[in-house]
Unconditional design. Structure first.
Length: 563
């Protein structure tokens, strides 16, 4: 498909899909509660509808006076309209500011303010808040209300679309692959969220790699449990089935709703976080559901490592031919590597359970990677790095066409993450691990989360895997007391009972603590860990995938205890 895209604009791919399959369903979104038979009505958008409607909005923005390169913040809940609006902004040459609303109001307002938006595309509630806080957004003159507009000025989406229908001539701009397309924010799991600059070329590279590696074909039907994947679906000719769930709380999904949607639409692909699939597996076990997704042929799970035990249980619920893949990457660099469930179950999973780290697999085409000596300070030139030998833990840096080259919000962080190597820019992932003899990367945790206890360094993933092997442990978190280099390791335990009885005392907590201490003493990786805390409440996790543990919050809890 790449060779057919003349315009550098990634949204030009949508025109190609429209020409190939104008009446194909691009988006199916629930439009009411399930009926007694479990089926429900869906609002349908064809590829022709999606391309035409996004064209109208893009033309309307340009006719109104919006200029290519302007920044417009998107504050619209995920759904068919969200996908339509993002493509409209891309076609208009606008830089879309995309922030996960789940980061909380404080971070949200700060990120938006620092992005210096020229305007907002938002629902009435968002525009009302923007109006109240307008002093924080002095440049925001181009505001589009998705819905009814009150007293805050600007245009409604309907007015913009009408302008677009009435505009004459070819007024949409020509866009190059090097032009800015979006500012996407990190979750802020290891510090304040950072705004990552995506070019149209970044998106092209991502789409090509994902489609080729996973053999995704036009006509597939995807149960999109992770919102942004719906954008990739559209330009691959894949139907996006939007499930009945809160995308900011995937761990709390109702599996029955997913099964109903998958059955009704005969989906052959599904994308969800490890927390979501764990919830699905447990629900199926509890309700004795043996084959919930009979038509599935491909499952993608990203956001955190998926334990081999979860993959084994998930495979037992699916057709034996199904591929379950876990792409690895970050907001700044995605996709980087991938591994299939059979390899995890047969080989890398058992090694992970013994503290070897989690294997994320082999590189995508075009990716280069190196493991370098851990350094907490800035590095901007390649000659400042020291490459580690095979099998030795260090920090990972990557380069390639899907790797972004700069932060444009919190740009002070560029010196901490971007390394220049002639014309090439490497991104320091902030992850630690090692490369094996087959050039696979074994993830051992975040660099910021390692613990330096005297002359010994402990890494989160290898240590936590030892505790996670206990049948009563749902997950664990290695956290430090004190400051480097004299930190004391503490392990916080979230039990399976804790998830079922949030806030209530954990049965036999003291005997469980003793069992875990004995388990730790038997392994050289964990034998120095002498403090274990059995929590009454679940561990705090990221809002995007509900899978990454917020260890910074746990460290703050430990600090508060000492005061």
């Amino acid at each position: 498909m790449t060779s057919q895209v003349k315009d550098g604009n990634v949204a030009a791919r949508l025109r190609i899909i429209r020409s190939l399959s104008p009446g194909g369903i691009a988006i199916a979104e629930p439009s009411g509660p399930p009926r007694s038979d479990g089926l429900r009505q869906y609002e349908l958008t064809t590829f022709e509808n999606l391309d035409q409607r996004s064209d109208e909005i893009a033309r309307g923005l340009i006719a109104w006076g919006v200029k290519p390169g302007m920044r417009l913040a998107m504050l619209v809940p995920f759904g068919g309209q969200f996908i339509e609006l993002v493509f409209a902004l891309l076609k208009a040459g606008v830089v879309a500011i995309l922030i996960d609303p789940g980061i909380g109001r404080k971070h949200l307002v700060k990120c938006l303010s620092e992005s210096r938006p020229d305007g907002f595309v938002g629902i009435p509630k968002a525009q009302a808040i923007r109006s109240v806080l307008r002093s924080r957004f002095p440049q925001a003159k181009w505001n589009v209300t998705v819905g009814k507009r009150w007293l805050w000025g600007g245009q409604t989406l309907d007015q913009i679309a009408k302008r677009g229908r009435e505009a004459s001539g070819d007024i949409l701009p020509t866009v190059e692959r090097t032009d800015a397309a979006a500012i996407i924010f990190t979750t802020g799991s290891t510090g304040p969220p950072k705004g990552v600059l995506y070019t149209h070329g970044t998106f092209h590279a991502q789409i090509d790699r994902i489609r080729e590696r996973y053999d995704i074909h036009r006509g597939s039907r995807d149960l999109a449990c992770f919102p942004l994947f719906g954008l990739f679906d559209a330009v691959m000719g894949v139907t996006t089935i939007i499930p009945d769930m809160d995308p900011t709380r995937p761990a709390d999904v109702n599996p029955q709703r997913l099964i109903e949607a998958a059955t009704q639409w005969e989906v052959d692909q599904a994308f969800g976080s490890p927390a979501l699939w764990n919830t699905v597996v447990r629900w199926c076990e509890a309700n004795k559901v043996e084959q919930p997704f009979p038509t599935l042929r491909r499952v993608l799970s990203a956001g955190a490592p998926v334990p081999a035990a979860t993959l084994t249980k998930l495979r037992s619920l699916l057709d034996p031919e199904v591929n379950i893949v876990t792409p690895y990457g970050a907001t700044e660099a995605l996709p980087i590597a991938s591994i299939e469930s059979r390899e995890v179950i047969a080989e890398t999973g058992p090694a992970a359970a013994k503290g070897k780290g989690v294997c994320v697999g082999t590189r995508f085409e075009g990716v280069q990677w190196r493991v370098i000596k851990i350094n907490d300070g800035p590095m901007t030139q390649i000659d400042e790095t020291e490459e580690m030998p095979q099998g030795k833990i260090g920090e990972l840096m990557v380069s390639g066409p899907m790797v972004t080259t700069e932060y444009v919000v919190r740009s002070d962080q560029n010196v901490m993450h971007k390394i220049h190597d002639g014309d090439r820019v490497w991104h320091r992932m902030g992850d630690v691990g090692y490369l094996d003899s087959r050039d696979r990367f074994w993830f051992c945790g975040r660099k910021a989360h390692r613990i330096e206890a005297g002359n010994r360094t402990l890494f989160t993933i290898p240590c936590e895997s030892i505790f996670n092997s206990h049948p009563r442990v749902y997950r664990s978190a290695l956290v430090a007391r004190g400051e480097r280099p004299n930190q004391t390791p503490v392990v916080m335990i979230e039990t399976i009972d804790c998830r079922q009885n949030n806030g209530k005392p954990i049965a036999d907590a003291e005997s469980l603590r003793k069992e875990l201490l004995e388990l730790a003493a038997r392994n050289p990786i964990t034998r120095r860990i002498e403090e274990i805390i059995i929590r009454r409440t679940p561990l705090p996790v990221d809002i995007r995938h509900n899978s990454k543990i917020f260890r910074e919050r746990l460290a703050e809890e430990l600090q508060a205890e000492r005061r």
